[in-house]
Write a protein that binds this ligand. Structure first.
Ligand code: OSB
Ligand code: MG
Length: 370
């Protein structure tokens, strides 16, 4: 496989419903879309970096810069036997995993299309459909939260995650438990607490959450280990796990009992596979996270989530929760049993609607081998 042309697009899509986390509220999503060409075929990768450096230090503009100035020259014109070699080819660039992942996952899509096989098969996926869960942001009121949980359960989703922050935590969980009983429920704090909040966070223990995601700072494995010793609720790490080494350290330290896998956070599919295999060997279950992806990135996620150690329903949900219309047609849909079919066509297996993509595109850059 050889990439002869790499195109960057800045894409903007309005969200169907605002999404609020402990970082703030967003009404639209902007992302860099990477398209790679080789041998008359095309692959795409959606960069999950956001406009603001709140979830991670990367932004749409840093990704644009790093891909065009540093990553594209490292992959253009290089002969790869397999897309698992692409991450290594970019190794001299430190960090910038989201930028790397967008390039690498576009290469996987290209390779899958060239070989005529779905990504799930290339990756070692073992299930034809995945269990879907939803991530529900902070709402204007607890009544609004209850309405949204009700709606998602009616759609069949197998797990509810709510975003929490100081002032929107124990009370929100209490309301959901008293209204819906023992549904599969978890909470994601996006690093909004410190170890000094341990007594407060322990008040969540009686509600039997499946887990609490990233309660403390993204750099703080040590305090997560201390918190896990003080809490019964399992801790799941998201922001803290940017490399396979971080995962190994976190498991050894007792900083988490579950890990959220987002390929963008670790640099793409090859690193996600290493993370998957490490956690499987250590008996730590994983689930697939989400970054409000359009159908393009969402399809990549479906393929990865079909691997065996993704044993907990994740944040991979239907297109219509986010974008109407989505960039792809047909959209990704959840079935009444709360599962989503993994596409079976070559590569990601989804069809991008050209004119919707053109309409959403702000600017374009094309990089070719000189
Ligand atoms: O922390 O998992 C997170 C969205 C953007 C940034 C970070 C996170 C999220 C979500 C939404 O929780 C998951 C989704 O529905 O795509
Ligand atoms: Mg999270």
């Amino acid at each position: 496989m050889r990439i002869t042309r790499l195109e960057l697009r800045l894409v903007r899509l309005p969200l169907v419903h605002f999404f609020e986390t402990s970082f703030g509220r967003v009404h639209e999503r902007a992302f860099v879309l990477v398209t790679v060409d080789g041998d008359e075929m095309t692959g795409m990768g959606e960069c999950v970096a956001d406009t603001d450096p709140y979830y991670s230090p990367e932004t749409t503009e840093t990704a644009w810069h790093v891909i065009s100035a540093f990553l594209a020259p490292l992959v253009l014109g290089v002969e790869f036997a397999h897309p698992r070699e692409v991450f290594g080819a970019m190794r001299r660039v430190r960090g910038h995993n989201m930028a790397k992942a967008a390039v690498e996952m576009a290469a996987w899509d290209l390779f899958g299309r060239q070989q005529g096989v779905p990504l799930s098969r290339l990756l070692g996926g073992t299930r034809p459909s995945i269990a879907a869960g939803v991530s529900i942001g902070i709402q204007d009121s607890l009544d609004d939260l209850i309405t949204r949980v009700d709606r998602e359960l009616a759609q069949g989703y197998q797990r509810i995650k709510i975003k929490i922050k100081p002032g929107w935590d124990v009370g929100a969980v209490e309301r959901i438990r008293s209204r819906f009983g023992p549904i599969p429920l978890m909470a994601d704090a996006n690093a909004a607490y410190t170890l000094a909040d341990a007594p407060h966070l322990s008040r969540l223990d009686p509600y039997e959450l499946m887990m609490i995601e990233q309660p403390l700072d993204h750099e703080d494995l040590f305090d997560h280990a201390a918190l896990q010793r003080l809490m019964r609720t399992p801790i799941c790490l998201d922001e803290s796990i940017q490399t396979v080494r971080h995962a190994r350290d976190a498991i050894d330290l007792g900083a988490c009992r579950v890990i959220n896998v987002k390929p963008g956070r670790v640099g793409g599919f090859a690193e996600s596979l290493r993370l998957h295999d490490l956690t499987a060997a250590r008996g730590v279950p994983v689930w697939h996270g989400g970054m409000l992806e359009s159908g393009i990135g969402r399809a990549h996620n479906l393929h990865l989530a079909s691997l065996p150690n993704f044993s907990i329903p994740g944040d991979v949900a239907a297109s219509c929760r986010y974008y109407q219309p989505d960039l792809i047609d047909p959209p990704i849909e959840v079935r009444p049993d709360g599962t989503i079919l993994v596409p079976t066509g070559p590569g990601t297996g989804v069809h991008v609607v050209r004119e919707r993509l053109e309409r959403a595109t702000g600017r374009v850059a094309v990089l070719e081998r000189p």
